[in-house]
Design a protein around this ligand. Sequence first.
Ligand code: HEC
Ligand code: HEC
Length: 160
Amino acid sequence: MLINRKIIAMLALSSVVTIVALTSMAPEKKEFKNLKVLPKNITPKQLDNVMDNWAHSLGVRCTFCHVRDEAAKKMDFASDAKPEKEMARHMFKMMNKINQKYFEAKKDSLGMIQTSGINCYSCHRGESHPEVKLPEVKRGPGPGGAGGPPPPPPVAPPGN
Ligand code: HEC
Ligand code: HEC
């Protein structure tokens, strides 16, 4: 009886080990490890396009959002160590909301919103941190310039 129990326990244990071994041996299906806003089934080529697009729109390199794993001597694209990466996710969600609400958003086969309305470049124009201040008006000679009539009074903000 005691022997039987031991055998059963051993069999149970070995089957657990087998299952663990099988699952860890199963081919890694997921291409990317840490996607929270992009479709999980995005292909490497599509992801490359998105990343290139973001980098170009902001005028930055991959390292603006991604960290390097110095120990492994390679980029750690899945890491969320840089706050810029989280900000980019936030921006992506904002952009999609605007496009869904105010533009006729068309979706591609992955359900990603195609840039029919605004995209990162619409606001960023090749700058990582778009300037939100209005550019100063350059006053030359003539109306509004030196010797010209005074500039119009500032417009009252709405709601006042
Ligand atoms: C403006 C920020 C930004 C820039 C620039 C950027 N990325 Fe990303 N990248 C992200 C964000 C955000 C994610 C995660 C998307 C998500 O959560 O769905 C990501 C995800 C990735 C992933 C998937 C990692 C994983 O396993 O989850 C790879 C690979 C990647 N980026 C490569 C690149 C490369 C190569 C470049 C340069 C050409 C680049 N990225 C430039 C923000 C950026
Ligand atoms: C509607 C305009 C708009 C769109 C569209 C937009 N952004 Fe931004 N983004 C801004 C503004 C404005 C700031 C600066 C926010 C601030 O002052 O804190 C900013 C800041 C950022 C930052 C932080 C930069 C820094 O210096 O830390 C990142 C990263 C970023 N955006 C990524 C993106 C990406 C990626 C997209 C496209 C998916 C995008 N943005 C689309 C307006 C926009």
